[in-house]
Design a protein around this ligand. Structure first.
Ligand code: C5P
Length: 243
């Protein structure tokens, strides 16, 4: 690989890669994070790591200069979700998410709470989890194709003032077309060509996902489980710069 990574920090979307820190403890998390640079990636802290390590780890990552996506998928009564979003904003995270199925009022309360905060993270909705099939959602009373429900919830999230949604790369082009270019789409299910897809079902390569219209790519194991995470990250960045 002879290409070099050029700085694209002028765009507010850069860096577009969000590394999923699916680790069990701080030591293994820091082993990876110490090899990374905030100019090259953002970091996602999910439920397991947050429950084990708490706000102090998030604080540490932010103090190292990283933008942190706090992926706790809040879903509760409007008042409680608003308070949780306010707390996340106070922590200084870059992005926070809520379940769009919590409804318009819950999302509007979350938006208002963030607007009242000094630091304002991006507020992202979760539509239909990609782990749920047509049958699964019928069992919880939704007689609708998952893709149609994703679009419905994404439009509701947009109307409720959210900044974007998490979705599968397969849903990106329809959502961009239906909702517009300024609604941010955050996509997991990304696999560089030739890497193990693991438990992901319908994947796209990083460049395919960006071409389809993804704004941010959530990538875990292709980077975190690689023997050289920084090389894996840089290879993905180069692939993305060559589209
Ligand atoms: O290792 P991998 O690249 O599959 O990690 C993807 C990350 O995105 C994980 O943290 C996973 O929980 C998250 N995620 C996902 N699918 C969704 C929502 C979140 O894979 N629909």
């Amino acid at each position: 690989m002879t290409s070099t990574i050029t700085s694209t920090q002028s765009s507010t979307k850069e860096p577009r890669i969000i590394i999923a820190l699916d680790f069990k403890d701080e030591a293994s998390t820091m082993l990876l994070v110490n090899q990374l640079e905030p100019t090259l990636c953002r970091l996602k802290v999910g439920k397991e790591l947050f429950v084990r390590c708490g706000p102090s780890l998030v604080d540490k990552l932010i103090n190292m200069g990283f933008d942190v996506f706090l992926d706790l998928k809040f879903h509760d009564i409007p008042n409680t979700v608003a308070a949780a979003c306010h707390a996340a904003a106070d922590m200084g995270v870059w992005m926070v998410n809520v379940h769009a199925s919590g409804g318009r009022k819950m999302m509007q309360f979350a938006r208002e709470a963030i607007e009242k905060s000094t630091h304002k993270p991006l507020l992202i909705g979760v539509t239909i989890l990609t782990s749920l099939s047509r049958y699964d959602i019928s069992e919880v009373g939704l007689d609708i194709e998952p893709a149609a429900q994703v679009l419905k919830l994404a439009k509701l999230a947009y109307d409720s003032g959210l900044d974007g949604v998490v979705c599968s790369p397969q849903e990106v082009s329809v959502l961009k077309q239906e909702i517009g270019p300024d609604f941010s789409l955050v996509t997991p299910g990304v696999r560089p060509a030739g890497t193990d897809i693991g438990d992901q079902q319908r994947v796209m390569t990083p460049s395919e996902a960006l071409i389809a219209g993804s704004d941010y790519l959530v990538i875990g194991r292709p980077i975190t489980a690689n023997t050289s995470p920084i090389k894996a990250l840089k290879d993905i960045i180069i692939e993305c710069q060559n589209i």
